[in-house]
Design a protein around this ligand. Sequence first.
Ligand code: NAP
Length: 307
Amino acid sequence: MEEIVIVGSGPAGLTAAIYTARAALKPLLISGMQPGGQLTTTSIVENYPGFSEGVDGNKLMQEMRLQAEKMGCRFQNGEVRKAERLPDKTGIRLSIGENSIDTKALIVATGASALTLDLPQKDKLMGYGLSTCATCDGFFYRGKPVAVVGGGDSAMEEASYLAKLASEVTLIHRRDAFRASKTMQDRVLKNEKVKVIWNTEVVDTTANEQGLTGLILKNKPTGESSEIKVDGLFMAIGHHPNTEFVRDLVTTDDKGYILPTQGTQTNVPGVFAAGDVEDQDFRQAITAAGRGCQAALEAERYLENLH
Ligand code: NAP
């Protein structure tokens, strides 16, 4: 039986690993399909404190992993299929492929995946014009024209944020009304730097060796095609929390985000959640790291009380 297992290797999981390893809990961290998490898909991270020149997202995650390893965390690769309570309720059983691991405490830090448009050149252009995070990448588009796709609060937030940096922002929405809250809509609609294109889908991209140069749009009611020139497209069409493996174990909301009952503690004793699995609002590396720290300290207290 393990004392503590952490699932997920983004900032939340690795921070939890550093803290629990320092507390001599000998954590085991299970790293899934995208070791290092979403930060490994961005280039320079300029808003993580402590790096005045910014830090490469991959490098930041490698350093966090090295730090956790040095403290004594063990790592294992694999995708956890299911997490369930042991019949005697002394812990949690994780199924990984044909194997299983039992643990007294579990920290779920598997993050969320941003939903993206199914564009033909998507894989090639991610990080080179296509982005899902204005706070992360907006700075690179200072003085340049950009577009945002989506009609929810995230799209409004991205458009408002980008309007402070970009030369102009084109907000493209597939319907004739936004889903976002009225306050956030109003802020965008009043912003002179934001132009809205309604009833329109982004169907393709144009690009050169440097990256994105424009978008091919399709007006839904008329079927008419048009092209706009932009250097960046920010996709804000929602996120999907990576919580399928714990959906039968802990309480989640209707979208699958884990609902902690107090701090990072879930409704199941000994199971904690940290980062984008339980936060659909801030979604920053630093907030995820903070929650990872909190989960580690709460798990440590939980284990102390067991003994
Ligand atoms: P969301 O509310 O689910 O909105 C997603 C938007 O993307 C919708 O307008 C949707 O269009 C559009 N969309 C979805 N799939 C699309 C596709 N394939 N092509 C084109 N458009 C597509 O997601 P969200 O904006 O990320 O917000 C998620 C939650 O976080 C919400 O509860 C939100 O209130 C909250 N949030 C709050 C704040 C804040 O208060 N500061 C900030 C961000 C997020 P349709 O409208 O046509 O469905």
